[in-house]
Design a protein around this ligand. Structure first.
Ligand SMILES: Nc1ncnc2c1ncn2[C@@H]1O[C@H](COP(=O)(O)OP(=O)(O)O)[C@@H](O)[C@H]1O
Ligand SMILES: [Mg+2]
Length: 287
C-alpha cells in the first residue's frame, strides 16, 4: 500500500493498494439541446394602425381570461395583414409579460401544406427536445408537445404562445392545440376552419384613412425623408384607393413609388378592379 505522490489532481490524497498505472473515466452527458422560445419573426417594419384588432387579439389571448378553447383564429383574405397582425400582437403580448415565450410555425397551407408531424417536430425542437428523441407517431408527438409546453411554462413562469401561420385545414392545426388552460394557440388562415373550436376574429381591408397612414409609414420605412409623405394628400389618397385597402398592395405601391413607377398604374390593374372595396370599414368581428 502506498500514498500517491504525483501531481495529478484526481489522484491526490488517494490511498492505492498496488502500483497506479492509470485511471479510466467515462462521461455520459447528453449534449445540451438549446431551446428557442422566442421564435416570432420581427415585427413588420412600419407596422401601422390595427389598434382595435391588436387589442382584440390580445384580449382573446389573455392567459388570465380563461374564456374557452385557448385558440384564436385570425381569418381574412390573402394580403389583408393576418401575419403582420399575428406577429405584432404576439410581440405586444410578450412585451406585456403575458407569455414566457412564443413559438412560430408557418404551415404553408396555401402553397405546400406542412403536415402536423413536421410542424410538431420543429416546435418540439424549439422546446428543447433533441431530433433523435422525437417519437415516430403523430399522436405521440402531440402528447410530447403538450407536455413540453407545460414543462417549459412551469420552468419559465408563464405560458408559451404558439403562432401557427397559414393554416388551410383543421387537420393541420388540431394536433397543435395546447393541453392546459393557460396555453394559447394563435392561428392565421384564409378560411374559417370549421369545426375547430376557436375564438374567430375576422380581419378586413383597411379604411381609406388607414390605407393612407400605412402608405405614408411605408414610404418613411423606405426613405424617412421622402418629400411625398407630407406633400400631396390627394395623390396619396388616390394611390391608397387603388390598393383597395389591402396592406400587401399598399406596401407594393410604397416601394413602386420609391422607384418612381406609381404613375404607370393603368386601368385593368388588379388594384383598380377591386377598388370598390375601398369603402369597407376595417372592423373586428367575433364569431
Ligand atoms: N398594419 C400593417 N402595418 C404595416 N405593414 C403591414 C400591416 N399589415 C400588413 N402589412 C404588410 O403588408 C404585407 C401583407 O401583409 P400580410 O400580413 O403578409 O398579409 P396576409 O398574412 O394576410 O397574407 C406584408 O408585407 C406586411 O408586412
Ligand atoms: Mg400571411
Amino acid at each position: 500500500m502506498e500514498q500517491y505522490g504525483g501531481d495529478h489532481l484526481d489522484f491526490q490524497n488517494g490511498v492505492f493498494h498496488g502500483p497506479v498505472v492509470g485511471k479510466h473515466e467515462e462521461h455520459h452527458h447528453s449534449p445540451a439541446v438549446p431551446t428557442a422560445l422566442f421564435g416570432l419573426p420581427p415585427r413588420p417594419p412600419g407596422f401601422t394602425g390595427r389598434d382595435a384588432e391588436v387589442d382584440a387579439v390580445l384580449a382573446a389571448l389573455d392567459p388570465g381570461g380563461g374564456s374557452g378553447a385557448g385558440v384564436v383564429l385570425s381569418a381574412g383574405m390573402g394580403g389583408v395583414g393576418k401575419t403582420a397582425l399575428a406577429v405584432a400582437a404576439g410581440h405586444a403580448a410578450l412585451a406585456r409579460g403575458r407569455f414566457a415565450g412564443a413559438l412560430f410555425v408557418d404551415l404553408l397551407g396555401y402553397s405546400t401544406p406542412v403536415p402536423p408531424e413536421t410542424a410538431l417536430g420543429s416546435m418540439l425542437r424549439a422546446l428543447g427536445v433533441p431530433a433523435e428523441r422525437l417519437p415516430a407517431e403523430t399522436r405521440d408527438l402531440a402528447v410530447l408537445y403538450r407536455s413540453m409546453l407545460h414543462r417549459r411554462a412551469a420552468e419559465h413562469g408563464g405560458p408559451i404562445l404558439v403562432v401557427a401561420d397559414n393554416a388551410s385545414s383543421v387537420d393541420q392545426v388540431e394536433p397543435l392545440l395546447p393541453g392546459d388552460d393557460r396555453g394559447r394557440l394563435l392561428i392565421t388562415s384564409r378560411d374559417v376552419l370549421h369545426p375547430l373550436p376557436a375564438r374567430r376574429l375576422e380581419l378586413f381591408v383597411l379604411s381609406p384613412a388607414s390605407s393612407v397612414a400605412l402608405l405614408v409609414a411605408q414610404l418613411r420605412v423606405n426613405d424617412p425623408a421622402d418629400p411625398r409623405t407630407g406633400a400631396d394628400p390627394a395623390a396619396l389618397t388616390r394611390v391608397a384607393e387603388l390598393c383597395a385597402g389591402l396592406p400587401l398592395a399598399v406596401r407594393g405601391a410604397a416601394s413602386a413609388r420609391g422607384r418612381g413607377s406609381a404613375r404607370r398604374k393603368r386601368p385593368g390593374d388588379p388594384g383598380r378592379k377591386s377598388s370598390t372595396l375601398v369603402d369597407r370599414r376595417s372592423v373586428v368581428n367575433y364569431g
